[in-house]
Design a protein around this ligand. Sequence first.
Ligand SMILES: C[S@@+](CC[C@H](N)C(=O)[O-])C[C@H]1O[C@@H](n2cnc3c(N)ncnc32)[C@H](O)[C@@H]1O
Length: 253
Amino acid sequence: MPLTDGDPGTTDTWSEDLSRDFQDFGECLVPDRQRQRHIMAEILAHGLSAGDFGAQPLVVELACGDGTLAAHLLDRLPTARFLALDGSEAMRAESAQSLTRHAGRAEIATFALEDPSWAEGLRAAACVSSLAIHHLDGPGKQALFETVGRTLLPGGVFVVADLVKPATAAGWHIAADLWDQAVREREQDLGTPGAHAYFRDTGWNFYEQPQPDPVDRPSTIFEQLLWLEASGFRDVDVYWMHAGHAIFAGLKK
Ligand SMILES: C[S@@+](CC[C@H](N)C(=O)[O-])C[C@H]1O[C@@H](n2cnc3c(N)ncnc32)[C@H](O)[C@@H]1O
């Protein structure tokens, strides 16, 4: 995705302009977004039911965006308390709208993905993040996985949905092609004119860009699974993958 100029910026890697674009077109830009929400909710529901986390387990979402995933998860996890974190003011405002009916169980706050202080004093049953961790470089991701590992209670579940870096040229080509196709189909299904043109014209398709991208820095699925294991997670696994996007998770030892 592009880094926009002339915007005060939320962080080094994200801007309020991007937040607004993502609010307009996110349903089309993310492949199989509804299925992804369903899969993440199922992983969390199974993980929480298998552990002993008390009557109101705490779930933390890193980079909650517009709060759509948070609302879906709160519907699926009726006893959970939720902490939804995001660095963008526009996204937090949108999350507040999405979570109106869950207001008693959800808190929304700012954070910076690069700064581990969000975790200070927190002990959570689960942590989830969608389409954000790829903004960190490799060492940044490892540090974040370690922070999450320290924050989760034993048996706690960490679910990540994100762009992943293909290991081969064939993987890059296939991811680019499938993502383009997914956005075209979604634009048709939802009747959102302009979504595919935006995707194409702004260079949103990471897999079509040969040059290094300062905003999107995905790592391979393989190295991220190893980093999870090294950060104290067991039963690390991939649950879904399509068009360069993957859902993977682990349980805190
Ligand atoms: C592509 S959106 C994904 C939003 C949501 N998780 C979803 O899946 O629809 C990326 C989100 O990450 C947030 N974000 C990006 N970089 C961040 C950073 N360094 N610190 C905090 N939030 C950040 C943005 O504000 C935005 O809401």
